[in-house]
Design a protein around this ligand. Structure first.
Ligand code: NAP
Length: 293
């Protein structure tokens, strides 16, 4: 039987509607809208698209969107000055600096300069440490979205074997921490892992966050597994592919015949990221308001 295709688009819309309700309740209680500041340096086309969607969906959720666009040759000191200004602005609950930054800017010092309470991307080392320690903090949005889809699909994951392909700070490591926190037995794999297909076949839950088109083949998947494909890869039109077609890290057609449930690309994990960015912003606003009392 073919796998159930997990509809991330519909689930993201559901999450955004819940966030909008919470944002309206926040405004009614505190007399101001929840505010998200987005900073875009340069004009990378993919980043332009992401920032455009973030601004539109922030407003649709009844929140205030503050957009800051800086030229590609912005000096680090100027970017840090903007971050300091946003840290101090009481109308700003969340700060997102769109990555990647254009060279030679280094994301490290910029992320470290964001007030951890406003770090809605969850990338500040303090928030990464909080996740690791099981303390409340802000968790990166894509991992939250992936974990949400896993929970909606499987319910309780206690004792299930999870394999996470990829160990980035942005996706792989936080997904693994969330699964561990939910009592799954977690193995992290990466480019140096041996016997990757055999390891993947042990997974009741397989999360692929690698960035290699169609890396995971059907015979890597345990029959009945839940497969979450975080990868977003644009195929090269010069190789005869329909213009820039997007595919995941999992060979979708092959996985469909083996898995019990599977996320498509696009329309799986992708739409969840902004939904959880908005969720994180309301969470940050509520915590700051409570701390101010
Ligand atoms: P990344 O920083 O490049 O990390 C990729 C990871 O995959 C690394 O840990 C790397 O291992 C591992 N890897 C590379 N080749 C491998 C192989 N052949 N076998 C096993 N592991 C391998 O990427 P990322 O930022 O985590 O993103 C991963 C994918 O998710 C990308 O396609 C990205 O576009 C997508 N993504 C989607 C969203 C979204 O849906 N909104 C958000 C973020 C990212 P090493 O550590 O050993 O190098």
């Amino acid at each position: 039987m073919a796998a159930t295709i997990i509809d991330g688009k519909a689930e993201a819309a559901r999450v955004r509607a819940l966030v909008a309700t919470d944002a309206a309740a926040f405004e009614a209680a505190h007399g101001r809208k929840v505010g998200l500041a987005v900073v875009l340096v340069g004009s990378d086309p993919a980043s332009e698209v992401y920032v455009g969607s973030k601004v539109r969906l922030t407003r649709e959720a009844g929140m205030e969107s503050f957009e800051h666009r800086l030229p590609a040759d912005t000096a680090e000191a100027d970017l840090l000055a903007l971050v300091a200004q946003l840290n101090a602005d009481p109308a700003v609950d969340g700060i997102l600096v769109q990555l990647p930054l254009p060279a030679p800017l280094d994301a490290g010092p910029v992320i470290a300069a964001i007030d951890p309470e406003k770090d809605v991307d969850g990338l500040h080392p303090e928030n990464a440490g909080r996740l690791m320690a099981g303390l409340p903090g802000l968790v990166p949005c894509t991992p939250l979205g992936a974990m949400h889809l896993i929970s909606r699909t499987l319910g309780d994951v206690t004792g299930l074997n999870a394999v996470v392909l990829g160990r980035s700070n942005l996706v792989g490591k936080p997904v693994a921490q969330l699964l561990l926190g939910a009592n799954a037995t977690v193995t992290m794999a990466h480019s140096r892992t041996r016997e990757l297909p055999a390891l993947c076949r042990t997974a009741d839950i397989l999360v692929a966050a690698v960035g290699r088109p169609n890396l995971v083949r059907g015979d890597w998947i345990k029959p009945g597994a839940t497969v979450i494909d975080v990868g977003i890869n644009r195929l090269d039109p010069r190789e005869g592919e329909a213009k820039g077609r997007l595919v995941g890290d999992v060979c979708f057609d092959e996985a469909l015949a083996v898995a019990a449930a599977l996320t498509p690309v696009p329309g799986g994990v992708g739409p969840m990221t902004i939904a959880f960015l908005l969720r994180n912003t309301v969470t940050a606003a509520t915590r700051r308001q409570a701390a101010a009392k």
